[in-house]
Design a protein around this ligand. Structure first.
Ligand SMILES: [Zn+2]
Ligand SMILES: [Zn+2]
Length: 262
């Protein structure tokens, strides 16, 4: 089985003690690629360094909506500079989080718009974080995102939004949330999503799937997400791994990229 964890935060300090072991377990679980995603400028820089030093790892650079109030013209310049590196395959994560509201909404929207424009200019796919902000996310995406490819990651919004995103040409990224017993409505969305639009991810260190719920998450656990997705789609798990890995490699232009090595 060959899996692709399309959204991990391997640069976070929670992996400092045992990052090599984490990567080893990922390989043993069949993970061949990981996209490690920046959350702010420092995290993006570390993600790039990590990807440059690890075969099979690619990076995304961006500023999370939580930190949107830090977005300045300098941020855009720095992201643009980082995006020039070979291992950078996406812009993000960016988007809107009206659940936590850690940054004022207006600033979240501005930072989101700027990063979408940057992604378009750099011809990179975009990784979108959207929580409690369906209409605003779709509106901004429609205004700024013409021709853009990308994914709404850790999908947990409505089935209506899922349909509209797929119509817009976007992918949906599913995490360990789909394994949670009470979230049958989310598994229903997985079943209804065209398989060619599905990506699998961990969003580690967060969102650990059953049976690891409550623990630190890591890329190896993407296999549990794959198993649940396979049940939803009524397909063998090997087939779902093959399909979703191909989807991710195509979206992030990793078809001829290196793989995690022993
Ligand atoms: Zn996110
Ligand atoms: Zn994330």
């Amino acid at each position: 089985m060959e899996l692709f964890d399309t959204h991990a935060h391997l640069d976070f300090t929670r992996f400092d003690q045992d990052r090599d072991e984490v990567l080893k377990r990922a390989r043993e679980a069949g993970v061949i690629n990981i996209l490690t995603v920046g959350a702010d400028i420092n995290s993006s820089r570390r993600a790039v360094e990590l990807a440059e030093g690890t075969p099979g790892l690619a990076a995304a650079v961006g500023l999370h909506p939580h930190d949107a109030s830090d977005f300045t013209p300098d941020t855009a310049r720095e992201l643009k500079k980082l995006a020039g590196r070979e291992v950078v395959k996406a812009l993000g994560e960016t988007g809107l989080d009206f659940y936590y509201d850690n940054s004022p909404r207006e600033q979240q929207e501005q930072a989101f718009r700027s990063q979408l424009r940057l992604a378009a200019r750099l011809e990179l796919p975009v990784i979108i974080h959207s929580r409690e902000a369906e209409e605003e996310t779709l509106k901004i995406l429609q205004e700024e995102g013409a021709g853009l490819a990308g994914v709404v990651h850790c999908y947990s919004s409505s089935s209506g939004m899922a349909k509209r995103l797929v119509e817009f040409g976007f992918h949906l990224g599913f995490t360990g949330l789909i394994t949670f017993r009470k979230l049958g409505w989310l598994r229903e969305i997985v079943s209804q999503t065209p398989p060619e639009k599905i990506l699998l991810e961990t969003d580690c260190p967060y969102m650990a799937p059953e049976p690891k719920r409550g623990k630190r998450n890591e890329p190896a656990y993407v296999k549990y997400v794959a198993e649940t997705a396979a049940n939803c789609l009524n397909l063998p798990v090997e087939k779902v791994a093959e399909l979703t890995t191909a989807n991710g490699q195509q979206l992030f232009a990793l078809e001829d990229y290196s793989r995690l090595e022993d």
